[in-house]
Design a protein around this ligand. Structure first.
Ligand SMILES: [Mg+2]
Length: 258
């Protein structure tokens, strides 16, 4: 039975763990691409731009172009553009500033003046001044956008605080929650990727390693999911929400594709 024409790949825990490639999945993606399966990528990580992911994917020999990579920073920027935002106060790293600028929005990193929006991603240089400034803009009525609300990042040894920790601090100080969150488990990243591929939801298999983000985002977008056990989910865990398919790795699931 041949089914899916496209594969949508989460990256961390699927293609690599930290800096280390997960070769079994990388090789499976190469096989799928050689068979004509369309490939796109979705990630909640906003610290890198699509341009920087193109380089990283190409270094692994994977097919990649900026148009088939959807990061939460890019997705948040597209959302702001659709909402008519022209200036945004940015709490985040270089990749987020780059995507905001590429969307035609002026990224602000200083407090005076008015910002149409505040966009918040993981910022390893987050501090009291940024918190104060972001909260002020939100209280004054700026559109409040989170790239994602992940509480932690997978990290060898102990997990590190994720973007959600910064969003929580700003929400408490500003007295309200984000108007929009771009990242998984919301379906926005998946919807942008479907649009980039020109694919219908039924033609696509989303491959990820997390239930609460990847599988839930697929469910909300009406896209089937494959949970692989190469990342944070251990075999034998209870599966809620339930993925459409599970496999040790993508290599064990090649038969699902046409
Ligand atoms: Mg992952």
């Amino acid at each position: 039975m041949s089914r899916y024409k496209y594969v949508l790949l989460d990256m961390d825990g699927v293609l690599w763990r930290g800096g280390e490639p997960i070769h079994v999945n990388v090789e499976a993606v190469k096989i799928l691409a050689s068979r004509g399966v369309g490939v796109a990528y979705v990630t909640n990580n906003s610290t890198r731009s699509r341009r920087s992911y193109v380089e990283r994917l190409k270094a692994l020999g994977l097919p990649a172009s900026a148009s088939t990579i959807v990061t939460s920073g890019y997705a948040a920027s597209i959302y702001m553009r659709l909402r008519g935002v022209s200036t945004a106060y940015v709490v985040g790293e270089e990749g987020l500033f780059e995507e905001v600028g590429l969307a035609g929005i002026e990224p602000l990193d200083t407090c005076p003046g008015k910002a149409d929006a505040v966009v918040v991603g993981l910022d390893r240089g987050f501090n009291y001044g940024k918190l104060d400034c972001a909260a002020r803009h939100v209280r004054r009525g700026a559109l409040y956008v989170a790239t994602n609300t992940d509480s932690t990042l997978p990290h060898p040894g102990e997990p590190k605080p994720g973007a959600g920790a910064m969003v929580a601090a700003i929400s408490v100080a500003a007295g309200r929650n984000p108007d929009f969150t771009a990242g998984k488990p919301n379906p926005w990243l998946v919807e942008l990727a479907l649009e980039a591929l020109g694919a219908e939801p039924g033609e696509v298999l989303l491959v990820g390693d997390r239930l609460d983000t990847d599988v839930e985002a697929g469910r909300r977008a009406g896209v089937d999911t494959l949970l692989v056990f190469t990342g944070v989910t251990a075999p034998g865990s209870s599966l809620d929400p339930e993925p459409t398919h599970t496999a040790r790795s993508l290599m064990d699931a090649l038969h699902l594709f046409g």
